[in-house]
Design a protein around this ligand. Structure first.
Ligand SMILES: NC(=O)C[C@H](N)C(=O)O
Length: 380
């Protein structure tokens, strides 16, 4: 058993190795699947969960100059400042914190992503759960990357952020961080991989996506739904612990600092041609392409033909995703060709497909294996 803190009171955890060699934890509940905070704070002599909080920046760590400013502010606060802004958690967990970086999430590159991944993996070995504060703009990329590369040992890793800076009237940062710490401390959060909490909702880091550029209720798990909710200090899960169907675990060595392959995203539109893609491939060191297609894999016929040829000549994987927020690109939508390296992106949005392709390329997968990985999300 890989768990340092098994809980026989609530559930049994069994390690099970699936075909794509990801350790999957099958959790059998003995109690009601809707657990409450009482179930952990009333444990008396039992040691409180040790939680590591890693700060990376984002609006949650930002200050504006007025109470109504919700754009154009700057990251200004440390993780220590953020922790001092939340209600007392001394009955729930023991918190320790560390600043990994302090950036708007638009500035996060593979370097910071890998640095964070290493910090999270190290913390997993020492703590009972991990909380990450992060900007919301690129949070879905980080959460997907971590879900694909962290061996959580079943422990909760919870990412949170905010949509309003700390100086804003009704700033949402303190309550989101508070909720993330409670979720990370809760036994019912075990076996669920990377979680993202925002605005009272708990979602899967694999599927969650930012859907609103301004409003608080921005993270949605369209199609796949939320995993749970946070109400009146209680964590409520709608389902027993499970991992996403298509999740593929990529084992990176601890301390791995890169590089990762260069995968570029292109956004299709009326009149889109493959010229811009060809230009990039000819002039930049491109290892893979993702296209945000119109609808379910639709591109002009001439673009399909040119991209099919380009991918076959260069052995360049080109993933077809959708620019629509919801829905998917199935294999049946793909142009018919025997030798192209065109791949259907299934349910993944372009930014998540980019990360998955980077990881496939890191493992030197051929096109057959890349298709197999994408078939996990019903593409391929
Ligand atoms: N709400 C936010 O956190 C947005 C911010 N620009 C970020 O992603 O860092």
């Amino acid at each position: 058993m890989p768990l340092s803190r098994p809980c026989s009171e609530c559930f049994d955890v069994h390690e099970d190795v699936k075909d794509l060699h990801h350790p999957v934890f099958t959790v059998k509940f003995r109690l009601n699947s809707v657990a409450t905070l009482d179930s952990i704070s009333s444990v008396g002599s039992v040691k409180l969960p040790q939680i590591k909080v890693l700060g990376t920046g984002g609006t949650i760590a930002a200050k504006g100059s007025t109470a109504f400013q919700t754009a154009g502010y700057h990251v200004d606060l440390t993780i220590e400042d953020l922790i001092s802004s939340i209600p007392d958690l001394s009955q729930t967990c023991d918190l320790q914190f560390e600043q990994v970086c302090n950036l708007d999430s638009k500035e996060i590159t593979n370097t910071e992503l890998l640095q964070l991944r290493n910090k999270v993996q190290e913390a997993i070995y020492q703590y009972d759960g991990v909380v990450i504060t992060h900007g919301t703009d690129s949070c879905e990329e980080t959460s997907f990357f971590l879900d694909s590369t962290i061996d959580t040992l079943g422990k909760p890793v919870v990412i949170c952020g905010s949509m309003r800076p700390s100086t804003s009237v009704s700033a949402d940062g303190p309550s989101n961080l508070y909720q993330a710490c409670v979720v990370a401390s809760h036994k019912a959060s075990w076996g669920r991989g990377i979680l993202v909490t925002l605005n009272d909702k708990i979602g899967s880091g694999y599927y969650i996506s930012k859907t609103d550029a301004n409003s608080l209720d921005t993270f949605k798990s369209l199609g796949s739904g939320y995993l749970g909710n946070f109400v009146n200090g209680e964590v409520h899960y709608y389902f027993p612990p499970q991992r996403p169907t298509g999740l593929r675990y990529f084992q990176l060595p601890l301390g791995f600092a890169g590089p990762l392959s260069n995968v570029m995203i292109f956004y299709a539109h009326q009149g889109f041609t493959a010229d811009i893609v060809k230009l990039a491939v000819a002039n930049m060191n491109v290892h893979g392409i993702v296209i945000a297609t119109m609808g379910s894999g639709s591109l002009p016929d001439a673009s399909n033909a040119a991209l099919g040829d380009l991918s076959a000549q260069k052995h360049l994987p080109i993933i077809y995703c959708k620019r629509s927020t919801d829905g998917m690109v199935p294999i049946g939508s793909m142009p018919k060709s025997n030798n192209s390296f065109l791949v259907a992106g299934g349910y993944l949005n372009p930014q998540k497909a980019r990360i998955l392709l980077q990881l496939c390329l890191h493992e030197n997968m051929d096109i057959r294996l890349i298709r197999r990985v994408f078939s996990g999300v019903y593409g391929g």
